[in-house]
Design a binder for this molecule. Structure first.
Ligand code: BGP
Length: 464
C-alpha cells in the first residue's frame, strides 16, 4: 500500500525514559524518580530512570541513528523536574536547558522534526509534596509559566507542542487503582487532576497563541478503545459507552469540542466526583481548544455489562460499570498481556471522523513490547524482530486504509525509537527499533525492524 506524501513516519520516546540522572541536581526529582527511590524493588530488575538509556550523554549517537533510519519526526518530552532549580520562581537550570537546546539543534540538523510534550509524567515531586500535585490549581499556573519559557526559548525551532502525554495515567494509577506510589486512593482527586490538566492545556494553548511563535499545539491521549462484548446487547453497549466517557471523552470532548458532554457531567455528579470548576475556567476551556491530537493506541479494551454487585460504600471506580471480557480466539502479545487487534486503527479513524468532525490526529504511540529479545539475535548479533515488523505492518495497513478513505490522520509515531525504561516494567518489554544492550555498556544496535523501517520510509510503500 502506498504511503501518502507528507505522512509523518517517526518514532517516540520521552525525556525521563531515556535521559538518566547524569547531571541531575539535588531536589530535581519527578514523581517517578521519587517512586523509584521509594520502591525500586517493584521495578523490573530494580532498573529505572536513574540510568535509563543515558540519552543525556549519548544523544548524538541516537540522533545519528534516527538520521540513518530516516525518521521524519522524533516525539519526546522536556523534563519539567529537571528544567528548574526553583519551580515556584521559575529559575531555569541552564545546564539542563542547554542540553534541551543541543538536542533540538541536533535533531534539526539531522532533518528530524522534534515534537515535544511539555510533560510526560515528569511532574516535580516538590510540587506534589507542597501542593498535592495536579490536584492543585497552583500547579496549573506553574505549569503554564513553565510552558511559556519553553515557547520563548525553543519555539523558533519547535513547531509542534503537546501539553501532556497520557494525562490521565498518573492519577489513575495513584488515585483510582492504587498501583503506584504513594497509593493514595481517592476518586474525587482523580477527577480533579483530570480537570486541572484540561484547564492547564487550555491556558497553555492560550499562552502559545499569544506568543510570537508559529506552529501548533495539542495533547497526546491514550485512547482506550472500548469494544462491547456484543453490539446487539444494550447493556454491553452501555458498559463500553460509560468506559469511553470516563477514560477518553473526559479529555477529548473539552479539548477538541470545548465542552464536557452532559452525560459525563451527570455520571460524575451521580457518583459525587464532579470536579470543582468556575464559569470563567469553563469559558476559557471553550475558547482555547487544541489544534491537533496524538493518540496512543496499543490494544483494545473489551468490556461487558458488570457481573459483580457493586458495594455502594466502596470508593468510586469505573469498574462499577463494566467487567472485562476476553474475546475468544484473540491474538495476544503474551509478553505484555495485551490483545493484538489492528482493525482498531480503522475504527479509531471512524470515531475521529464521526464524533470529532474529522479533527486532525495522528498515532503518537503504537508498538510491540517483547520480553527477552536477546533470544532472537542472529549470528551477527542482530535482533531478528519479525514479530515487530509484522505488528507495525498490520497496524499501519489498517491506518493507511482509513487514510486512503479520507481519514484526517497525519502520521504514525512508533513506540519506541530505542528500547527504554517504563514505569515499573523498566526494560522488561523491549519496544525499540534500536536495541539498548544492557550487557554491553548500553551499546546501540539496529534491530532488523530498524532496517525495515528505514526501507519503509525510503520507498513509501507498505508491503503487507
Ligand atoms: C505508554 C506510555 C509510554 C510507554 C508505553 C509502553 O502508555 O506513554 O511512556 O511506557 O506505554 O509501556 P510499557 O513499557 O509499560 O509496556
Amino acid at each position: 500500500m502506498q504511503i501518502p506524501e507528507g505522512f509523518m513516519l517517526g518514532a517516540a520516546s520521552s525525556a525521563w525514559q531515556t535521559e538518566g540522572w547524569h547531571g541531575k541536581k539535588a531536589g530535581q526529582d519527578s514523581y517517578l524518580d521519587d517512586w523509584f527511590k521509594h520502591e525500586y524493588f517493584v521495578w523490573h530488575e530494580g532498573k529505572g530512570p536513574d540510568v535509563a538509556t543515558d540519552f543525556m550523554t549519548r544523544y548524538s549517537e541516537d540522533v545519528a541513528l534516527m538520521k540513518e533510519i530516516g525518521l521524519s519526526h522524533y516525539r519526546t518530552s522536556i523534563n519539567w523536574s529537571r528544567f528548574f532549580t526553583d519551580y515556584e520562581n521559575l529559575v531555569v537550570d541552564e545546564d539542563y536547558a542547554d542540553h534541551v537546546n543541543n538536542v533540538i539543534n541536533a535533531l534539526i540538523s539531522a532533518n528530524v522534526e522534534p515534537m515535544i510534550a511539555i510533560e510526560h509524567y515528569e511532574v516535580p515531586q516538590f510540587l506534589i509534596d507542597k501542593y498535592d500535585g495536579w490536584n492543585s490549581k497552583r500547579v496549573v499556573d506553574l505549569f503554564v509559566g513553565y510552558a511559556k519559557i519553553l515557547f520563548e526559548r525553543y519555539g523558533d525551532r519547535v513547531h509542534q507542542w503537546f501539553t501532556f502525554n497520557e494525562p490521565i495515567v498518573p492519577q489513575t494509577r495513584i488515585h483510582l487503582d492504587g498501583l503506584r506510589y504513594p497509593h493514595d486512593l481517592n476518586p474525587k482527586k482523580w477527577m480533579q487532576c483530570n480537570y486541572n490538566k484540561v484547564l492547564a492545556t487550555a491556558l497553555t494553548v492560550q499562552a502559545f497563541r499569544s506568543s510570537s511563535q508559529s506552529g501548533r499545539i495539542g495533547i497526546i491521549h491514550n485512547w482506550e478503545f472500548a469494544y462491547p462484548r456484543a453490539t446487539n446487547n444494550q447493556l454491553d453497549v452501555l458498559a463500553a459507552k460509560r468506559f469511553d466517557l470516563l477514560y477518553n471523552r473526559v479529555f477529548t470532548d473539552p479539548l477538541i469540542k470545548g465542552d464536557y458532554s452532559p452525560e459525563l457531567i451527570k455520571l460524575l455528579s451521580d457518583n459525587h466526583i464532579l470536579f470543582n470548576s468556575t464559569d470563567e475556567e469553563l469559558a476559557l476551556i471553550k475558547a482555547n481548544t487544541i489544534d491537533v491530537i496524538g493518540l496512543n493506541l496499543y490494544f483494545p479494551k473489551r468490556v461487558k455489562t458488570p457481573e459483580h454487585q457493586w458495594d455502594p460504600s466502596a470508593p468510586f471506580n469505573p469498574r462499577k460499570y463494566y467487567s472485562d471480557f476476553e474475546l475468544p480466539g484473540r491474538k495476544m502479545n503474551n509478553s505484555r498481556g495485551w490483545e493484538i487487534y489492528p482493525p482498531m486503527m480503522y475504527d479509531m479513524a471512524k470515531v475521529m471522523r464521526d464524533d470529532y468532525n474529522n479533527f486532525p490526529w495522528f498515532i503518537s504511540e503504537n508498538g510491540m513490547g517483547t520480553e527477552n529479545e536477546r533470544r532472537f539475535k542472529n549470528s551477527s548479533g542482530q535482533i531478528q524482530d519479525d514479530y515487530r515488523i509484522n505488528f507495525i505492518s498490520e497496524h499501519l495497513w489498517w491506518l493507511l486504509k482509513a487514510v486512503h478513505e479520507g481519514a484526517n490522520c497525519e502520521g504514525y509515531m512508533l513506540w519506541a525509537f530505542t528500547d527504554n525504561v517504563s514505569p515499573m516494567n523498566a526494560f522488561k518489554n523491549r519496544y525499540g527499533l534500536v536495541e539498548i544492550d544492557l550487557e554491553d555498556n548500553l551499546a546501540r544496535h539496529l534491530k532488523k525492524s530498524g532496517l525495515w523501517y528505514h526501507e519503509l520510509i525510503e520507498t513509501k510503500q507498505l508491503n503487507y
